[in-house]
Write a protein that binds this ligand. Structure first.
Ligand code: HEC
Ligand code: HEC
Ligand code: HEC
Ligand code: HEC
Length: 170
């Protein structure tokens, strides 16, 4: 019997380690681990909750503070463009927890950061430069010709020299 003692000792250690592993795993591995893949399933929802919606509610949410701008633009061909298309997301300008809360009480909010204003190249030309694929009744120009005819040179803000982006028709 004496010569098998070391064997029993090894088996005992193995048992303790195995049980320890199983108990420890039960405590330490989160419940949703492996629900979708080799990660904690609940993490998906947690990540989604961190991301606050950044867009406003169309022109309406700008109108609470820029009423005149909205009133101007709705009378022009640019009424079809959302303010955020030419500027940036509402939340980069006015911080809020959720768009629903903002809309409940817009008067309690104020500007928190500069709103972006892009260059003409990024805005006007992207939409108005002539392309064969654009519909016939969509007003396009050949930028170089349009400027040459008027003795102007292409520059980052050249279109704004003549056109008001909020009331572009001449
Ligand atoms: C076609 C693109 C375009 C659209 C659409 C647009 N903007 Fe602008 N906006 C500009 C550009 C370019 C400037 C800077 C040039 C200037 O001051 O005229 C500007 C400037 C501004 C300014 C600051 C200067 C000023 O004129 O008071 C405000 C405020 C503003 N926009 C608000 C709005 C709001 C609100 C809307 C939606 C109702 C809107 N914009 C829609 C392009 C646009
Ligand atoms: C809670 C109020 C509020 C809302 C909502 C708001 N703005 Fe403003 N915005 C301001 C204030 C205040 C200023 C600075 C004074 C001014 O120009 O009227 C400003 C200025 C601006 C400017 C000039 C650049 C700057 O940052 O000073 C632009 C462009 C602008 N806003 C666009 C927008 C657009 C587009 C929206 C909608 C997506 C919007 N704003 C929504 C309050 C607001
Ligand atoms: C997101 C696309 C878009 C952007 C950006 C944009 N426009 Fe427009 N623009 C339009 C649409 C759409 C119309 C209406 C076209 C129509 O009815 O045929 C229009 C109409 C116009 C018109 C009136 C044409 C007419 O005589 O009826 C002019 C001028 C104009 N835009 C100039 C500009 C200028 C200058 C800029 C830059 C500040 C600009 N646009 C930015 C889409 C855009
Ligand atoms: C020197 C002044 C001036 C500058 C700068 C200018 N435009 Fe114009 N644009 C006009 C005038 C004036 C008209 C109307 C007469 C016409 O159709 O030729 C016009 C007409 C337009 C039209 C309507 C074309 C149509 O078929 O009815 C668009 C779109 C336009 N411009 C876009 C732009 C863009 C984009 C820029 C910047 C690259 C720009 N314009 C720069 C003066 C200017």
């Amino acid at each position: 019997m004496e010569h098998t003692k070391h064997l029993w000792r090894a088996i005992l250690i193995l048992l303790v380690v195995s049980i320890g592993y199983l108990l420890g795993r039960g405590f330490l591995v989160p419940e949703s681990f492996g629900k979708y893949g080799h990660y904690r399933g609940d993490n998906l929802q947690e990540q989604m909750n961190i991301r606050v919606p950044k867009h406003g509610n169309g022109m309406e949410s700008c109108g609470f503070c820029h009423e005149e701008k909205v009133e101007t633009i709705v009378e022009t061909p640019h009424r079809v463009i959302n303010c955020e298309t030419c500027h940036a997301t509402l939340r980069s300008h006015v911080e809020y927890e959720s768009i629903e809360k903002f809309l409940e009480d817009p008067d309690s909010y104020d500007k928190t950061a500069e709103m972006e204003i892009h260059s003409a190249q990024e805005l006007c030309i992207k939409c108005h430069d002539y392309q064969l694929a654009k519909p016939d009744d969509y007003k396009t120009i050949v930028v170089v010709e349009h400027l040459e005819e008027r003795d102007m040179e292409l520059g980052p803000y050249v279109c704004f020299e003549c056109h008001d982006p909020h009331d572009p028709e001449m």
